[in-house]
Design a protein around this ligand. Structure first.
Ligand code: HEM
Length: 122
């Protein structure tokens, strides 16, 4: 385990897979969020999300993600963003991810806010 490598500290890929599976299960049960994912290949998105979160935790980065492009034109507003971020926090709490890791991952994710709602929710 390296000093600041949350990926290793949290247990690597299996942890991120479990987190992301729990996260999307909750997101898809949320009636305010469900419509955003209606025509989406969730298996593909799940794999991309596992890789994305693993990479921001210091794990292997397998692909470049253009977050603005992925979210553009989807009508994502601040309320939807906050709900999604909230589900991520709840997923981390469910697995009792240690506080320092939780806040570091959340900060990193919140840093993408302008890219996710970059079209002002239109
Ligand atoms: C909270 C921060 C968020 C993070 C870290 C995040 C992360 C990601 C990532 C990594 C992808 C995959 C991009 C790719 O395939 O290259 C993605 C795609 C997607 N995201 Fe987000 N996202 C966030 C918020 C949201 C919100 C708020 C919504 C809608 C309410 C949303 C809806 C989607 C949809 C529908 C896709 C699929 C795009 C596609 O398959 O073409 N995301 N997101």
């Amino acid at each position: 385990m390296t000093g600041n490598n949350l990926y290793e500290e949290l247990g690597g890929k299996p942890t991120f897979e479990a987190l992301v599976d729990y996260f999307y299960a909750q997101v898809l049960l949320d009636f305010e969020l469900k419509p955003f994912f209606e025509n989406i290949d969730m298996k593909r998105l799940r794999d991309h999300q596992v890789q994305f979160l693993a990479a921001i935790a210091g794990g292997p980065a397998k692909r470049e993600v253009d977050m603005a492009k992925a979210h553009k034109g989807r009508g994502i507003n601040e309320a939807a963003f906050n709900r999604v971020a909230g589900h991520l926090v709840k997923a981390m709490e469910h697995f009792k991810v240690p506080e320092h890791a939780k806040s570091q991952l959340l900060d990193a994710v919140l840093g993408y806010k302008d890219q996710v709602i970059q079209d002002g929710g239109k």
